[in-house]
Design a protein. Structure first.
Length: 55
């Protein structure tokens, strides 16, 4: 093998390692987000807390 092809294989290997780690981390984050409790929304009849202080 020529040195240039070894460099190319090394670069491809580094990119593959980075992309696999990124993909695994993204899947873990999505799984965590799906299992988390939903965000409780404010009741629109009550109003936002900042509305009370503006009056």
């Amino acid at each position: 093998m020529q040195p240039s092809s070894l460099i190319f294989v090394a670069v491809v290997g580094i990119w593959a390692a980075f992309l696999v780690q990124h993909w695994v981390r993204r899947r873990e984050d999505l799984a965590t987000a799906r299992s988390a409790r939903p965000i409780q929304r404010c009741d629109p009849r009550v109003g936002a807390p900042s509305d009370r202080f503006l009056q």
